[in-house]
Design a protein around this ligand. Structure first.
Ligand SMILES: [Zn+2]
Length: 386
């Protein structure tokens, strides 16, 4: 294992969020433009939008909410757009794609995006294919908690997967995120020891909300897991996710739909697993798990693997989350290999955080082929043992 593989995180050390965004946009201009087009095309194919103009208009509705939610993160996202020479709404589509798919076009008719929108029938998710999954696991270890996940999404996204390290020259902040070119961050950990993972959930009560990677970054900027949970609970969302939040002392699992949020898991001394369907009975009434989803199967596989392997540390969890048991519909998912559709969901990477030592294992693609890159947080000051 080496720390000099091509998947080392790219450093952004700008103090000014707008400059940081511009640097990000300039560095990956071509990739951002390609991925924004790929995701816009997928949203049009799989969502209920009339045309690109309507999709862009709905994406634009998310910008004022982002400005109100976090001026620095809004500045960073707009900086990415400037750097990549694309419209800000294109970067919203790129970041918020899985949620946008669940936002009904009727939001354009309302006078104000703050009005709640309830639409249970705007499109039939059961005919849609898998919007992407993710298998997330928290394990208490032997006094050494670990949080990690696979990132399963349209296979055409894999070339755009990156790790980034945001470490402003001034101050003592630092976050390491697994992300895509043009995206603020999808899962990550901060120097204060707060880590967040994500599972997508398909909701029937989508609405205009905070661009979710901005929420992840804001949660990672919190002082602890409890504060991050509270931020999540008071933030207006677009669609469903399950968030795992841990800081070494505390653990919370929060399921959401577009409009509801429920803390479904807590307790840092137990192991927790989640895939892409709700555990909460009320939330289940606001979700539509696509027929093609491997969520229930991966939950079963992950539960069995957990019992068999009893992983105690980050490397053991890496092995578990790279499992080909049941291939191709395995935890390290390869379902596109069978069907031949390059946009079908598969595991595009994984990230695992050792919450005691501030060490991250991160990699792109299949865990059986690609070894993890080991990343240390330079300013680590977490590491509280529960
Ligand atoms: Zn694999």
């Amino acid at each position: 294992m080496t720390t000099s593989t091509p998947f080392d995180p790219v450093l952004f050390d700008q103090d000014d969020p707008a400059r940081r965004g511009e640097a990000h946009g300039e560095m990956w201009r071509a990739e951002i433009r390609e991925l924004a087009e790929i995701r816009a095309a997928l949203a049009l194919k799989k969502g209920s939008f009339k045309d690109r103009g309507q999709l862009d208009a709905i994406a634009r509705l998310h910008l004022p909410l982002l400005d109100n939610f976090s001026a620095p993160l809004a500045a960073e996202l707009r900086g990415i757009a400037r750097g990549a020479a694309v419209a800000p709404e294109a970067v919203v589509v790129l970041n918020h794609y899985t949620d946008l798919r669940d936002v009904p076009p009727s939001v354009l008719e309302g006078p104000c995006p703050e009005d709640p929108v309830v639409s249970d029938t705007f499109h039939d998710l059961n005919t849609a294919d898998d919007p992407g999954g993710c298998t997330a696991v928290y394990l208490p270890g032997q006094g050494a908690p670990v949080l990690g996940q696979t990132w399963d999404m349209h296979g055409t996204a894999e070339p755009y997967v990156r790790a980034i390290r945001i470490k402003p020259r001034g101050g003592d902040d630092e976050v390491v995120c697994f992300t895509l070119t043009g995206c603020l961050g999808m899962t990550g950990v901060s120097a204060r020891g707060v880590a967040v993972t994500i599972n997508n959930l398909s909701s029937t009560d989508g609405q205009v909300g905070v661009v979710w990677p901005a929420l992840v970054r804001a949660m990672l900027a919190c002082a602890g897991a409890r504060e991050a949970r509270d931020l999540l609970l008071r933030t207006r969302l677009s669609s469903g996710h399950h968030y795992m939040i841990a800081d070494g002392r505390e653990f919370f699992g929060v399921e959401t739909s577009g409009q509801l949020k429920v803390v479904t898991q807590h307790g840092a001394r137990a192991a927790h697993l989640h895939t892409n369907h709700c555990f909460d009975p009320v939330l289940r009434r606001h979700e539509a798990v696509p027929k093609a989803s491997t969520s229930f199967r991966r939950m079963e596989l992950a539960t069995t693997l957990y019992v068999q392997q009893r992983p105690q540390d980050a490397r053991a969890l890496w092995t578990m989350l790279s499992s080909h048991e049941g291939y191709p519909r395995s935890v390290c998912s390869h379902i596109d290999d069978a069907g031949g559709d390059p946009s079908a969901s598969r595991t595009c990477g994984r990230m695992i955080v050792d919450l005691t030592r501030g060490e991250v294992l991160v990699g792109r693609g299949c865990g059986q082929v690609e070894p993890p890159t080991v990343v240390k947080l330079d300013r680590w000051r977490g590491g509280h043992v529960p």
